[in-house]
Design a protein around this ligand. Structure first.
Ligand code: ADP
Ligand code: MG
Length: 640
């Protein structure tokens, strides 16, 4: 074929392929335009997930009749005029290709009336499949309304990749949430098929906006990030360890009010929580960075979701410092206060918070090098209280937490007739000797003498592994036993997440979980695995994490399905998902680090140790048992 210059409608269609992936991309572009127009109220309406109709109405500055003729033209923009402007961008848009791209793959219409002009009426223009019609006067309120019908009507391949209406709605509402987070002073609404889905009132408080979007529970767990005011300005909100989620999608980074994804920033966040957070969980954060436009190139990605920092290391360093300072203040300092604040009136939420702090501290110390075998523990003849002393800074037994709440105490007090925390060894296993040589250290480790030397067991990791094995075994033969809740436990879900729950109905049933719609944006747990109930696991919180996990796995499947890579065998994915969910279950049900255990419980754990040995790592891949052989001891004491 000879070389030709492509006709402009084809160029636009190609550009649309990059910028307009699905209805949510249209929503993003149109809402960004409304924000650039200075709107204080933006209303988004979708029909059939955006396939049939997307409409975005704003009360911004509006467009004059003359300009309206150019709005759908390609490379037409009012936001930059020369090359210098490109390096000083203060608006969301600047490429002048969004409307042209949209109009090349849909039937689009724009109606507008300028705020300031003396013009009496408004104007409208239509564009379909790249053909732009004439500008006509029309009746219109102040501001602009763009309506996009039949998206991808002339690109059937794209249309085929669209998912169910609810999934597309979910994407659109995710994009809208990002924009709404960065612009709390703008009021937003979202409606689907004529039904109001979301209404966000304008506010000066980002915390308020987070609460309106994601619920008061999450907002209540957020700490203000200690602000930085150097060349890199940053602030925002950071969740406590207790509010961590099973998915990394609760990490929002904004640069100059633009939502971005950035490996470096995500790494700083993970780094800040290192040692405080279970590796299977992800921190929740809303980070807002402000940099002079000259310090960052936003023109490296068609949808601008990635940017290039001029000095990435400086941004990384500032962010990490701010996050660490925030966490240090909030997570470590209150321990002194906690020890005094132990009173009967503390609410379950307080107790939960205390429990999670305790967990965080235990994890922190667990990861500190002081616990290397051979360095930390004195010889076997050392006195127990010396062993119990624990790392510096840690209160001596009885720990202040031991009296925190009755539920937090291990229930297996011999002779009290309560269900044991750790199930006794199955029949046939070696009867647990009243092991005088086993003891709990730091309420976290069990140290036991054996013929080969010393064993140091991570109580949480071992218990978790045992429960995981038990769960696997029960699932081989049937499903987990569930128990009806007297009071159904609510948890928040978006429409897309509700869809996702419905898709995984079979998995939930196998797990003994029953959920149903309860109130707007809220589902309730009606039945929950007996084992988790016995262990006092909060059903609503657990479900929130499970929903994150399930929707993450669906998203992964989606992206692999739409890529050109050959997809793996269909049966592998559900298997992996099941394993991951079981790991989550086991982790929640297992005794925690920092939890005092009764001698009977220690014995029960030790008796079943062998069983876990073939896999001597907990499901998260951490070791469960460290062994100090006699030879090691001899070497340490220089007897060889
Ligand atoms: P860009 O946003 O990159 O400039 P677009 O194709 O999204 O390109 O929009 C083209 C132009 O149309 C904008 O530069 C702006 O002048 C005008 N425009 C689009 N949407 C609106 C709106 N909601 N209110 C006012 N002007 C708008
Ligand atoms: Mg734009």
């Amino acid at each position: 074929m000879p070389i030709i210059v492509l006709p402009i409608h084809l160029v636009n269609k190609i550009a649309a392929g990059e910028v307009i992936e699905r209805p949510s991309s249209v929503v993003k572009e149109l809402v960004e335009n409304a924000i650039d127009a200075g709107a204080t109220r933006i209303d988004v309406r979708l029909e059939d997930g955006g396939r049939r109709l997307i409409s975005v109405a704003d009360n911004g500055c509006g467009i004059s009749g003359d300009d309206l003729a150019l709005a759908f033209a390609s490379h037409a923009t009012s936001k930059i005029a020369n090359e210098d402007d490109l390096f000083n961008i203060m608006t969301m848009g600047f490429r002048g290709e969004a409307l042209a791209s949209i109009a090349s793959v849909s039937h689009a219409q724009m109606r507008s009336r300028r705020q300031d002009a003396a013009e009496t009426g408004g104007y409208e223009v239509e564009a379909a499949g790249g053909e732009i019609g004439p500008v006509r006067p029309c009746a219109a309120g102040e501001g602009t309304t763009v309506t996009v019908r039949d998206l991808f009507c002339n690109t059937p391949a794209r249309r085929k990749f669209l998912r169910t209406a609810n999934t597309e709605l979910g994407h659109a509402s995710d994009h809208l949430a990002r924009l709404a987070l960065a612009h709390p002073t703008i009021a937003f609404s979202l409606a689907h098929n004529g039904k109001a889905i979301q209404a966000l009132a304008a506010t000066d408080s980002i915390l308020q906006r987070v609460g309106d979007l994601f619920g008061a529970d999450l907002a209540g767990a957020l700490l203000p990030i200690v602000p930085r005011r150097g060349p890199v300005q940053l602030g925002g909100l950071l969740a406590t360890v207790a509010a961590a989620r099973a998915s990394a999608k609760w990490q929002y980074f904004f640069l100059n009010k633009r939502f971005i994804r950035d490996r470096l920033l995500a790494h700083a966040l993970r780094e800040a929580y290192r040692g405080l957070l279970d590796p299977s969980l992800s921190p929740v954060a809303f980070v807002f960075l402000e940099l002079p436009p000259s310090e960052v190139d936003v023109n490296v990605h068609p949808t601008k979701i990635e940017v290039r920092f001029r000095d990435g290391q400086a941004v990384y360093g500032e962010l990490l410092a701010a996050l660490r300072e925030t966490l240090n203040k909030a997570e470590l300092a209150p321990t002194a206060r906690l020890s005094q604040a132990v009173d009967e009136r503390s609410s379950p939420a307080d107790q939960q918070r205390r429990e999670s702090l305790r967990q965080a501290l235990a994890d922190f110390f667990k990861s500190s090098p002081a616990h290397q075998p051979g360095l930390e523990f004195p010889s076997a003849s050392a006195r127990g209280d010396e062993l119990r002393r624990g790392p510096p800074g840690r209160p001596a037994d009885p720990s202040p937490w031991a009296t925190a709440s009755p539920q937090e105490r291990p229930s297996a007090r011999a002779g009290q007739g309560e269900a044991p925390t750790i199930a006794p060894a199955p029949a046939g296993a070696r009867p647990p000797a009243a092991s005088p040589a086993a003891m709990q250290v730091d309420n976290t480790y069990i140290v036991s003498a054996s013929q080969e030397g010393l064993l140091i067991i991570d109580q949480h990791a071992l218990h978790e592994r045992l429960i995981y094995n038990d769960l696997r075994r029960s699932l081989e033969t049937g499903r987990l036993s569930g128990q009806r809740l007297l009071i159904p436990q609510g948890f928040r879900v978006t429409t897309a997440e509700a869809d996702c729950l419905a898709r995984h109905a079979e998995l939930l049933e196998r797990l003994g979980i029953e959920v149903a719609p309860f109130a707007p944006a809220t589902w309730a747990v009606q039945q929950f695995p007996s084992m988790l109930i016995e262990r006092g696991v909060d059903a609503g919180g657990f479900m929130r994490r499970l929903v994150d996990k399930l929707s993450d796995s669906d998203a992964a499947e989606l992206s692999s399905a739409s890529s050109l890579e050959p997809t793996s065998a269909g049966s592998v994915e559900p298997e992996r998902l099941l394993s991951e969910v079981l790991e989550m279950l086991a982790c929640q049900a297992a005794v925690k680090a920092g939890q005092p255990l009764a001698p009977a419980e220690i014995d029960a754990l030790l008796a079943r140790r062998q069983e876990a040995e073939n896999a001597s790592a907990c499901p998260h891949g951490r070791p469960t048992v460290l062994r100090l052989t006699l030879r090691d001891l001899q070497r340490q004491f220089m007897r060889t």
